[in-house]
Design a protein around this ligand. Structure first.
Ligand SMILES: NC(=O)c1ccc[n+]([C@@H]2O[C@H](COP(=O)([O-])OP(=O)(O)OC[C@H]3O[C@@H](n4cnc5c(N)ncnc54)[C@H](OP(=O)(O)O)[C@@H]3O)[C@@H](O)[C@H]2O)c1
Length: 253
């Protein structure tokens, strides 16, 4: 299927690992152009070197916990060529209970997961083409379920992203711009690698028993959905939050 992404310019924050790296590889295959925003410089350079020479149009490293780095990335986005897509994936995850988390830690999670998303999306909106598509990434942990271990700052940051995506969808829809959020379940990436170790075998088994498909997803399962949402083929999908979780959330657990 031709996703009609050739020649389209997509800004991706969080491209250097897991889902973002899979997405960038797929965009390269479709001959899209990518602007890689945020993350570690050496990783961004290594990723760009693996792509076709014409695919990366810019690399803007930045540690999104730092305000100065966020500002630099935002300014680069403000000066970018016209954008046909914007995807936000960076994540700070800490297993913190609401009764214990310090407000400095809570704030740091929000700096990476929410304030960066808001600041980058605002800049990307000012550079967005009349058929641009925005994609944000939430998590099943933003939706209550009994197998959930405490991660209060992460969970609330993810719920905030769903709302930010809806604001973009509603406010920018009249310009032809769409925005959607996806809700991944358990995906095997560097972020979750510990959970696939011996130590968590029983927890993992218990979790996967509650997933109708009985297995974790891989980064490409999520990247494929993002590709579709970036594509003009999803041109009437706007303002939604779509699970890609093997059927986990639909059980109303
Ligand atoms: N994997 C799952 O099971 C799962 C489930 C639900 C939702 N999600 C969501 O999916 C998205 C991608 O997750 P993933 O599993 O692909 O994670 P990952 O493999 O750990 O990749 C995380 C990405 O975020 C970037 N990042 C992290 N901290 C950063 C910081 N302070 N400044 C700049 N960039 C930073 C990393 O860049 P550098 O390493 O270059 O700094 C990397 O590119 C996240 O939003 C996550 O919440 C994942």
């Amino acid at each position: 299927m031709d996703l009609a992404l050739a020649g389209r310019t997509i800004a991706i924050a969080g491209s250097t690992a897991g889902i973002g790296s899979a997405l960038t590889t797929l965009l390269d295959r479709e001959h899209a152009r990518v602007l890689l925003v945020g993350g570690r410089s050496e990783r961004l350079t290594a990723l760009a070197q693996m792509l076709s020479p014409e695919t990366p149009i810019g690399i803007i490293p930045g540690d999104l916990r730092r305000e100065s780095d966020r500002n630099r990335c935002t300014n680069a986005l403000l000066g970018s060529p016209e954008l046909d897509g914007f995807v936000f994936l960076p994540v700070e995850f800490r297993p913190d209970a609401i009764s214990e988390v310090r407000s400095s830690e809570f704030r740091e999670t929000f700096d990476v997961n929410v304030f960066s998303a808001f600041e980058f999306a605002q800049a990307a909106l000012s550079r967005a083409s009349s058929s641009a598509s925005f994609v944000f990434v939430s998590s099943i942990d933003a939706h209550r379920h009994p197998l959930h271990t405490p991660s209060a700052s992460y969970d609330s940051s993810k719920r905030a992203l769903e709302s930010i995506s809806e604001s973009v969808a509603v406010e920018a829809g009249s310009r032809g711009i769409r925005s959607n959020c996806i809700i991944p379940g358990l995906i095997r990436t560097p972020m979750t690698e510990d959970f696939f170790g011996q130590e968590f075998e029983a927890d993992r088994r218990r979790f996967l028993d509650a997933v109708p498909l009985g297995k974790p997803g891989n980064p490409e399962d999520v990247a494929d959905l993002i590709m579709f949402l970036l594509s003009p083929l999803s041109g009437y999908i706007n303002g939604t939050s779509i699970p890609v979780d093997g059927g986990f959330l639909c059980q109303g657990l």
